[in-house]
Design a protein around this ligand. Structure first.
Ligand code: UTP
Length: 274
């Protein structure tokens, strides 16, 4: 069973400037609820009890969000509007939050390595809160992956099919299908040119990682932009141990892009109205 979930949340969120100048991208709302709260709720449902958040400068709003707010709660109680914060308070009461700061933004792999002190020597989930995943007809995506982890006890990445013109935005896998929706990864490549891509199966922001990934990340060289990529580390891991890819059930919204963010807001708003 995985008990801890890591949230790399230190990125600059440049695609949402100027909104993200003083507000973390992870606090942008989808239908009034911040993106990171959706992620934390998903991890809770997947039986995690510790949320390990990698933050950076200008991200204190995340810590404040997952903390009590006596004055506001008192005000809401007097106005009989406690329901407005109920979900958030439930989340706060049902798990622990730990934080560490990534001092330099040297990529997702570096952010995950920064989280090692919060995770220790155990397998853990990773949620990129700007990938909002919804599954209306069953378990959420991290819970689906946790089930697979319980069977195979190895690192797992979530994948989806994307258009070949979009492959250069993702890590892309070369894998062998071993059973329905599960692939054993032979290799992975970060942001390939479409003609170099080994498949159209792209990695999205959900992972379960075994702790050996930290040692590999320590020796993973930065790419030409100076970023340490988790894809490069998992590619090395796949050469010596089993790494799986899982085609998840559900919908993923790329809320790190304006288009995905707006689509998520419209879809979830319509769902709430129905
Ligand atoms: P993105 O590639 O979306 O980068 O990071 P970003 O900075 O958040 O957004 P843009 O591209 O500038 O608009 C994917 C995830 O990895 C985290 C981000 O917070 C996001 O959740 N990340 C990225 C870090 O925590 N640290 C980093 O150094 C880079």
């Amino acid at each position: 069973m995985i008990k801890k979930c890591l949230f790399p949340a230190a990125g600059y969120g440049t695609r949402f400037l100027p909104a993200t100048k003083a507000i973390p991208k992870e606090m942008l709302p989808i239908n009034s609820k911040p993106l990171i709260q959706y992620g934390v709720e998903e991890a809770l449902e997947a039986s995690c009890d510790t949320m390990a958040i990698v933050t950076g400068r200008g991200k204190r709003a995340i810590e404040d969000h997952f903390d009590v707010s006596y004055e506001l709660e008192h005000q809401l109680k007097s106005a009989k509007k406690e329901h407005l914060l109920r979900e958030t308070i439930d989340v706060i009461n049902n798990c622990s939050f730990t934080y560490i700061r990534q001092k330099e933004m040297k990529g997702l792999g570096h952010a995950i390595l920064t989280g090692q002190k919060l995770i220790g020597n155990e397998a853990f989930g990773v949620i990129l809160a700007d990938d909002l995943c919804i599954n209306d007809s069953g378990k959420n995506v991290l819970a689906q992956m946790a089930e697979i982890y319980n069977r195979f006890q190895c690192s797992i990445v979530a994948i989806q099919e994307v258009e070949s013109s979009d492959l250069d935005k993702y890590g892309v896998i070369d894998g062998v299908c071993i059973e329905d929706s599960i692939y054993e990864i032979k290799s992975m490549i970060e942001k390939p040119e479409p003609k170099e891509a080994p498949s159209n199966l792209a990695v999205i922001g959900r992972y379960i990682l075994t702790p050996d990934i930290f040692e590999i990340l320590k020796y993973t060289m930065p790419d030409k932009r100076g970023e340490i990529q988790i894809t490069d580390a998992l590619n090395r891991a796949a050469k010596s141990t089993r790494v799986l890819a899982y085609k998840f059930k559900g919908i993923r919204y790329d809320c790190g892009s304006n288009e995905g963010f707006i689509k998520a807001n419209v879809d979830l708003y319509n769902k709430m109205k129905d």
